[in-house]
Ligand binder design. Structure first.
Ligand code: GLU
Length: 481
């Protein structure tokens, strides 16, 4: 079999969003699975809407996901000479023709069609004029679509879809300003790049028979198409900002691992038995286009978080520590010892489903100041609590063996001496050390924090609570978006 060649062909008119990333991933996996090539083409021929900033963002998104391409990026904006040749060939062969109808005339016809409740289709008035534009005369180029017969899209995912040629219209392939349209450049490039398979969103389905006609007009064999169902929100409406962030890089910011994002994207509309967790290698080995579902896939944030957590569990401490560093740096935390951070990661990793949550959990270990939960401070750093905490700090300061069992002994013996339950001391200590009421085991935390930090922080918390100078956390944690 000939080499399989797929491509991802984004228009840089926006960020790389979830749907686009899934399209890229499926084309990537299909090529990798079959030992083929995956090509990146930037469809920036619409110069008004395309920006370099979006191109950069798309490249960055792909790089973050590790969707490396074998060829490209090829920029359509650099290829006008090639497109001109393609158009000349079509005009010479008579598979395309010049049309001189003005946009006013066409608008008029469109209005008339609308008022009669018909869909507007071009009446092909110029189809057999057989002339070329005079100097300075405005004209477009249209495709000479067959007037009879059918165009069948043998869709990999949806089976055969039949279109009546008469309904395809003689679409415009070159605008009055001489620029080629999306249909033309998309097909011309697929031919030039030898693309064999195109997986793309189902919003392109009605374009496909028209594009197949352009392939025929150019004497080329169309690729195999597969149109993927939309991604919708839990409410089954098309995925939009309302459902959360749609840009892929926003998920990096929200603390998702690229591997987990790939895994979750793959599962949006594709399945492999009941397996949920896939490494990149698993995906490449298991992927096949015929297992893409043909009904809309629902984006489910909770599930995505769960997938991320599962991937975080597979990471070694060293990997996880490395992965969380940028998130700590973003908060201004840095300069701590590698071993110390790893020990803290071991202690809190189970409590964090994302890297942002992990950074939250690590904050008490690496930050100099703690942000307190106001209610917790009110409840657990009262006068009596502070008295006990200060006495505990003095005891801990002279504690010989600084490890979790040693710290625990100190807590217990203090509580026995005072005749109070362990909780009466442990919870205030937790609040003093972490700012909140939920954390990893308190003795283990002290062990990792070290004597100096533990004692100093307990004393500082007491002093600040007494003086009313504690820093409080924002009432609601900022949301990913
Ligand atoms: N530039 C088009 C898009 O972003 C590409 C369509 C295709 O994959 O053929 O939707």
């Amino acid at each position: 079999m000939a080499e399989i060649r797929t491509r991802f062909a984004p228009s840089p008119t926006g960020f790389l969003h979830i749907g686009g990333a899934r399209t890229a991933l499926f084309n990537y996996l299909f090529a990798r699975r079959h030992g083929g090539k995956f090509i990146l083409r930037i469809e920036d021929s619409d110069r008004e809407r395309s920006t370099d900033q979006f191109t950069e963002a798309i490249l960055e998104g792909l790089a973050w996901l590790g969707l490396d391409f074998d060829e490209g990026p090829v920029f359509q904006s650099h290829r006008s000479a090639y497109y001109r040749k393609v158009i000349d060939r079509m005009l010479a062969a008579g598979t395309a023709y010049w049309c001189f109808c003005s946009s006013e005339e066409l608008d008029e016809k469109r209005r008339a069609a609308q008022s009669e409740g018909r869909a507007m289709s071009y009446d092909r008035r110029c189809r057999d004029l057989g002339r070329t534009p005079a100097e300075g005369e405005a004209a477009v180029v249209r495709l000479r679509t067959p007037l009879e017969g059918e165009t069948i899209v043998h869709d990999l995912i949806r089976g055969d879809i039949v279109f009546d040629n008469l309904e395809l219209d003689d679409i415009v392939v070159v605008r009055t300003d001489g620029t080629p349209t999306f249909h033309l450049v998309n097909v011309a490039d697929d031919i030039d790049m030898g693309i064999t398979h195109v997986l793309r969103g189902e919003d392109h389905i009605t374009n496909t028979p028209r594009q197949i006609q352009i392939f025929r007009a150019l004497g080329a064999k169309p690729p195999v198409y597969g149109h993927m169902p939309l991604i919708v929100g839990k409410d089954r409406a098309r995925l939009s900002k309302r459902h959360g962030a749609t840009s892929v890089l926003a998920y990096r910011e929200a603390g998702f691992l690229p591997e987990a994002t790939l895994n979750y994207l793959a599962r949006l509309g594709w399945s492999h038995g009941d397996q949920e967790i896939f490494s990149r290698a698993d995906l490449v080995a298991a992927f096949d286009a015929d297992a893409i579902n043909n009904s809309a896939a629902a984006f489910d944030m909770e599930k995505f978080v769960w997938v991320n957590f599962e991937h975080m569990k597979t990471k070694s401490v060293v990997e996880l520590t490395r992965a969380v560093r940028p998130y700590l740096a973003e908060r201004g935390f840095g300069g701590y010892d590698e071993r110390y951070l790893e020990a803290a990661v071991v202690l809190v990793r189970e409590r964090a489903k994302t890297l942002v949550e992990l950074a939250d959990q690590l904050a008490p270990f690496v930050g100099d100041t703690i942000a307190y939960d106001q209610a917790a401070a009110g409840k657990f750093l009262g006068e009596m609590d502070r008295k006990r905490l200060r006495e505990l700090a003095d005891e801990l300061d002279s504690q010989l063996q600084w490890n979790a069992p040693g710290v625990e002994r100190e807590f217990r013996s203090y509580c026995e001496g005072e005749g109070v339950k362990l909780g009466a001391l442990a919870q205030p200590a937790r609040v003093a050390l972490t700012g909140g009421t939920a954390s990893a085991g308190i003795f283990e935390m002290c062990a990792v924090l070290g004597r100096e930090r533990t004692v100093a922080r307990i004393r500082a918390a007491c002093a600040e609570a007494e003086a009313g100078t504690l820093t409080f956390r924002a009432a609601t944690p900022p949301q990913a978006g």
